[in-house]
Design a protein around this ligand. Structure first.
Ligand code: GYE
Length: 323
């Protein structure tokens, strides 16, 4: 396996047979422009908004005609979007699967129609990986591990129970599954670190707030909140403050994404640690769209490069933040 840096993204090359079954410039909008059908999850978070903007801007810059649809968080909408793109004979289909399971039938329909599919952001659990050409996005398990490592270090050598509550992302989505697993693996060496409550907040700020309210009511001693994204963490902060507690002090907070609102709360000390997850996938997606449209072989897995931030680092980074 080779690893290369491509335009700020890491490409892990397994070169699974991707080319050949699609002719250059075939079908689509009737002129030379590539037509890309993109089915987006929805508009649930700041991350998603930045991701949508990135895809739209990059398509424009690349001269690709984008047919964009917003599935409003529903898998059935994504499936009908994809079927619509097949009927319209777009050149390439890309989508960010809301959940991991249940895609095989529609992906098979796209394959039978000879339309290449690219996954962006989130993974599917299909065993048949020939159903898509490439998967561009983050390693969510590593993100969970980074969150867990920070916490394990924070409580290293200390005694007493540490009660952790977890706000999970959308149930059944790749980031919710992997961020939970990676985190759990890294904290298990210290038996003091206990996840006492875990519940979905659907990656949304409003849900993060209401679920945190119930956590606060049912669990008198909460030491740590691990939220699978900034938005849920920000909603939870409102609930924590309303309960008369100080976020970042009475309750330590770890989130994932590092969008501007999250970084602002981190710089203010209301969040203690953020694991970065970049939504800027547009340019890389358009490069891969052009290649698969020509029938070229592409990297099967393209990994986003990302870091982590402490409050001090957030202060330095904030003026440069693009999303
Ligand atoms: O972390 C969250 C969004 O799939 C990586 O979805 C994405 C996640 C992101 O709603 O904010």
């Amino acid at each position: 396996m080779s690893v290369a840096v491509l335009g700020g993204l890491l490409a892990v090359s397994t070169l699974a047979g991707c080319g050949g079954d699609k002719e250059a410039g075939s079908t689509g909008g009737g002129d030379d422009k590539i037509v890309l059908g993109f089915s987006q999850v929805g508009a649930e978070s700041g991350w998603r908004t930045a991701n949508t903007e990135s895809i739209k801007a990059s398509a424009k810059a690349a001269g690709i005609e984008l047919k964009f649809s917003d599935a409003q968080g529903k898998q059935e909408n994504q499936i009908s979007d994809i079927r619509g793109f097949i009927t319209q004979k777009v050149d390439v289909i890309a989508f960010s699967p809301v959940v991991t399971s249940g895609w095989d039938a529609v992906l098979k329909e796209a394959k039978d129609a000879n339309i290449p599919v690219i996954l962006t952001d989130r993974a599917v659990d299909s065993q048949d990986t020939s159903l898509y050409k490439s998967f561009i996005g983050s390693d969510f398990k590593v993100e969970g591990e980074k969150a867990g490592e920070w916490l394990a270090k924070e409580y290293e050598g200390k005694t007493g129970d540490v009660n952790i509550v977890e706000l999970q992302g959308t149930t059944g989505s790749a980031p919710a599954i992997d961020r939970q697993t990676g985190f759990a693996e890294k904290i298990k060496a210290n038996p003091n670190l206990k996840v006492v409550k875990t519940q979905t907040g659907d990656f949304k700020r409003a849900d993060g707030k209401t679920v945190m309210e119930t956590f606060l009511q049912s669990t008198p001693k909460i030491d740590v909140l691990y939220a699978h994204n900034d938005d849920m963490g920000l909603g939870a902060i409102e609930a924590i403050e309303a309960a008369g507690k100080v976020p970042g002090k009475d309750i330590k907070i770890i989130t994932v994404d590092a969008v501007r609102d999250g970084m602002t709360a981190l710089a203010a000390g209301k969040i203690n640690f953020i694991v970065e997850c970049s939504p800027l996938l547009g340019d890389q997606l358009m490069e891969v769209v052009k290649k698969v449209n020509k029938g070229e072989t592409v990297e099967k897995r393209i990994l986003t490069k990302e870091g982590t931030f402490t409050p001090e680092q957030a202060k330095t980074e904030l003026p440069n933040r693009k999303y």
